[in-house]
Design a protein around this ligand. Structure first.
Ligand code: RRO
Length: 299
């Protein structure tokens, strides 16, 4: 998949409706990722369910989306922007994922990102933390999907878990690995109000933004190492500047996605980050991302 820059949007923020997706299409984002979708439309969790916080964001949206049939239709309309359109699939069970992917197979989407890491569905643990289920869903989807299919992972924190996840991924050989989703079930407290800042699940939600960049970099790096650089890594988590994007490429990423910074700054963020990255390359004397991708030194 050819990308004009290595910077585009993360699934989630401002990508639910066709209007929102058109805004991403008109921006300098190099691809359009649509909101994670389910079989049927979902209202999501109760409000307030998103809050900007000091160094990022917390959300418990609960997978609000229009149902996959709408996103199949949107893909047609979005192709006019001349950039890849990526469907994010987050079925509530393996059979749902297979049914949704069947429809996208016959649509003009360029790729599918299978979201195995939504932290905010009441009563549903993240699939990426259940390795048997992750193996099963990848077995069933990778074989029937006719588009390049990548996997969006939750953050891992233990080398044993990185290794087990990488073993399963290598078995199914996805087209790309997107890491990380928000850090699940964080709690932000407003001391003045003596309250949580979001309502669902007692205030627990997915943490994004600057807080999570070191964890996101660790995940991008570890999966790059464990897959021998053979599966493209899409880094996401705390990208606000070209310098942040540079760090992800240095860790081994091929592209970066922007979530919280897009929520906070709007669609101009894609151009700003891409321009800042190009300027940094120039300053450092690099001609392309390949000159330094994965070449992180240990001090
Ligand atoms: O909609 C959400 O609550 C949500 C999803 Br699907 C996801 O993958 N990650 C996230 O932080 N929120």
């Amino acid at each position: 998949m050819a990308l004009r820059t290595c910077v585009f949007n993360a699934a989630g923020p401002k990508d639910v409706t066709l209007d929102e997706l058109e805004t991403i299409g008109k921006s300098r984002a190099s691809a359009i990722v649509m909101k994670s979708c389910t079989l049927e439309p979902r209202q999501g969790n109760e409000e307030p369910r998103y809050s900007d916080v000091e160094k990022g964001s917390i959300n418990s949206m609960g997978l609000p989306n229009l149902g996959y049939r709408e996103y199949v239709k949107f893909a047609d309309a979005l192709k006019k922007h001349g950039k890849p359109v990526i469907a994010s699939v987050s079925g509530l069970c393996t059979a749902d994922n297979v049914e949704i992917i069947k429809s996208f197979n016959d649509s003009p989407v360029d790729a599918i990102e299978l979201n195995l890491s939504c932290p905010n569905i009441k009563g549903k643990p993240q699939i990426g933390y259940d390795f048997a289920q992750m193996d099963e869903v990848l077995r069933e989807t990778t074989k029937m999907c006719k588009k390049p299919i990548g996997v969006k992972l939750p953050p891992y924190f233990d080398f044993v878990h990185f290794e087990e996840a990488a073993r399963i991924l290598k078995k199914h050989n996805p087209a790309f690995i997107t890491c990380i989703n928000s850090i699940g079930n964080a709690l932000v407290i407003d001391a003045d109000k003596e309250s949580t800042v979001i309502r669902p699940k007692g205030g627990f939600g997915g943490l994004g933004g600057a807080y999570i960049k070191p964890t996101a970099l660790a995940n991008a790096r570890k999966f790059y190492e464990l897959t021998g650089g053979k599966i493209p890594i899409v880094g996401v988590g705390g990208v606000f500047t070209g310098r942040d994007a540079f760090e992800f490429i240095l860790a081994g990423a091929t592209a970066v996605q922007i979530g919280t910074a897009f929520m906070q700054e709007g669609a101009g963020v894609f151009e700003r980050v891409a321009d800042e990255l190009m300027l940094l390359l120039k300053t450092k004397g690099y001609d392309s991302l390949d000159d330094f991708r994965g070449k992180l030194k240990t001090c």
